[in-house]
Design a protein around this ligand. Sequence first.
Ligand SMILES: CC(C)(COP(=O)(O)OP(=O)(O)OC[C@H]1O[C@@H](n2cnc3c(N)ncnc32)[C@H](O)[C@@H]1OP(=O)(O)O)[C@@H](O)C(=O)NCCC(=O)NCCS
Length: 210
Amino acid sequence: MDDWPLFGLRLRCGEVTLRPVREEDLPFLASILPDDFEQDPRLEPLPGLGAAADRRRLFCQEYWRALGTWSPSSWKLHLAVGFDGETVGVQTLEGDDFPALRTVDSASWLTRRVRGRGLGVAMRTAALGLAFERMGAVAAVSSAMPANAASLGVSRHLGYLENGVGLVVAPGGRVVELRHLRLTADRWRSAGHEVSVSGFEACRPWFGLV
Ligand SMILES: CC(C)(COP(=O)(O)OP(=O)(O)OC[C@H]1O[C@@H](n2cnc3c(N)ncnc32)[C@H](O)[C@@H]1OP(=O)(O)O)[C@@H](O)C(=O)NCCC(=O)NCCS
């Protein structure tokens, strides 16, 4: 779609391909959404829906919210992850005040069947390739609950360093601890990753890059 060039973005790293999630992907993606994906603990649950249905509802709303509220200073790009001809998960890349801070955050999930074979690293690498190589990011951050060994494992593999601990309040007053990590552009470059990106030039204004 000419007026929304983001839909033309394509990334590849190793065995995975990434493309923006589209409306027609939602039913399938919601059907494979794993129950251990940490949704933002501050999101309010919808009483009366079962836990699984509420997770699927929050997932769909996240997609619509990201498109509906996109601005160059605050954006969230949800990318569908393809592997071996199938869609297997979602890699998200986001930036707040990106033109000034040049810092991206990320989140991701994979269907359980394909975990543990390096795809988590490959999909985060693809998104970071877009951020560091094309968008001029100076740093990437990530946050995970201390028990989330897989998310922390992806960050460790890619050279993120510890960046402190934070607390957020979930609905109902539950306090949740998060470990923060940070990867600088210098550390990214020294690792020599190979990421292929196409369709980016038309998207530059969407990220506040002129
Ligand atoms: C996070 C996630 C996308 C990672 O994908 P993955 O395919 O499991 O990860 P990889 O195979 O690429 O492994 C990445 C690293 O973490 C390590 N790792 C993965 N799972 C692990 C676990 N359960 N315990 C300890 N280490 C683990 C791997 O050994 C690897 O490290 P190495 O390369 O140094 O050996 C996936 O596990 C997932 O969908 N988890 C549920 C959703 C979630 O929590 N998302 C993150 C928060 S937004």
